[in-house]
Ligand binder design. Structure first.
Ligand SMILES: CC(C)(COP(=O)(O)OP(=O)(O)OC[C@H]1O[C@@H](n2cnc3c(N)ncnc32)[C@H](O)[C@@H]1OP(=O)(O)O)[C@@H](O)C(=O)NCCC(=O)NCCS
Length: 348
């Protein structure tokens, strides 16, 4: 499913203000589809009217989507998340609607959005990754209101000093940190453990996943167990699980083999919903950092079937070059640990 992105403006807001057009443009350059609906405000600023507008875009919201709310966009999104599942939600300069004091200068304008109970259990079931950004000098919604929001969502507030209400007045016509969060997958690599065996077994039994991979693979679960016993603690192998930091999900594995003679690399992103989102590239980049910077290797090679276009593109993005036949290799001096590649353009 497409990971469409929604940006929801606040009261008195519109799609062309603040960092919204910049972020939309940056994400579109990276191949994402971005929706920034225009809601009625301040005239007609009611939850009912906003829901009517949102209904027109609802078909594009799915469990792979990312939603970003600014200010009133945050309580509005909480209402949406009571019924709709998404992958991640980013809340900027928002607040917990239930603890917004009636004395707040915006209360009357936003009353229909906030003066109702919220089903936090459902909201948390429908989204596993909440990120909250707030400043220490928001002139409208003090930091405590963001902290009140973080609590029922089991997350913490990312405090950005001096960012005011994250609007143009505070100099926010760009929001680099948010772009980085959204556009670059966040992963960690940890050693594969014995308890990972079931998920690994599932992946190597998925013909779509292994279509272009060189076997042979263990044919029975007992053989898979034997492979685990034999390889998990070998000195010449580093077998690493790829973990999506946002959801903690184990999505694939990366292996560095033959460390004693001719080091090579292999990767499998077993969770297919993660393909084409940069996770493979990010995981390989992290593994190569480890190989070159910590293990002090000078060259790593791999083999890839010419039909595996996705893998080839992924390897090229980090600096692997063809080295004859189905072999590709990368030298330490050609590795670019931080380069952000633009997305493959359609038809190229
Ligand atoms: C190969 C694999 C590791 C890549 O991981 P990934 O997370 O899907 O890769 P990324 O998203 O980082 O990069 C994939 C790139 O290939 C591009 N791509 C996808 N299909 C493509 C195709 N048919 N032709 C050309 N490029 C293609 C994507 O657009 C993306 O490039 P972009 O970022 O410039 O747009 C993963 O798909 C996988 O594990 N597949 C199954 C197992 C496998 O084949 N392992 C490798 C064995 S050699």
């Amino acid at each position: 499913m497409e990971a469409n992105i929604f940006i929801i403006h606040g009261a008195y807001g519109h799609p062309e203000e603040n960092w919204f057009p910049w972020l939309k443009n940056e994400l579109e350059k990276r191949g994402r589809k971005v929706f920034v609906p225009k809601f009625p405000t301040p005239e007609g600023n009611t939850l009912e009217n906003w829901l009517k507008v949102f209904k027109k875009h609802e078909e594009f919201l799915n469990e792979d989507s990312i939603v970003i709310g600014h200010s009133l966009g945050v309580p509005f999104l909480l209402t949406i998340l009571e019924n709709k599942s998404v992958a991640s939600a980013y809340f900027v300069a928002g607040y917990n609607p239930e603890t917004l004091p009636k004395t707040n200068e915006w209360y009357e304008l936003v009353k229909t959005f906030v003066a109702k109970p919220f089903n936090w259990k459902k909201i948390k079931e429908n989204c596993k990754n909440f990120q909250i950004y707030h400043s220490d000098n928001d002139p409208y919604f003090p930091l405590e209101l963001a902290e009140d929001l973080a609590k029922p969502l089991n997350t913490k507030v990312n405090i950005i000093r001096g960012a005011g209400h994250f609007n143009e007045k505070a100099g926010y016509t760009k929001f680099e940190k948010l772009l980085e969060e959204i556009a670059i997958p966040s992963i960690l690599l940890r050693p594969i453990r014995h308890s990972d065996i079931d998920i690994c077994w599932k992946w190597i039994n998925d013909p779509e996943v292994t279509r272009h991979m060189a076997g042979p693979f263990p044919e029975t679960f007992e053989e898979e167990q034997k492979w685990f016993e034999e390889n998990l603690n070998k000195k010449t192998e580093k077998l690493l699980a790829i973990i999506d930091k946002k959801t903690n999900a184990h999505i694939g594995n990366i292996g560095i083999h033959n460390l004693d003679k001719d080091p090579s690399l292999g990767i499998i992103i077993g969770e297919k919903s993660y393909w084409d989102k940069g996770y493979g590239t990010t995981a390989i980049r992290e593994a190569l950092k480890y190989c070159f910077q910590e293990l002090k290797l000078s060259k790593i090679s791999l083999t890839v079937s010419p039909e595996n276009k996705r893998a080839i593109r992924c390897y090229e993005k980090v600096g692997f070059k063809k080295a004859g036949g189905e072999t590709m290799e990368i030298l330490e001096k050609n590795f670019m640990p931080h380069t952000l590649c633009p997305k493959t353009q359609k038809n190229s």
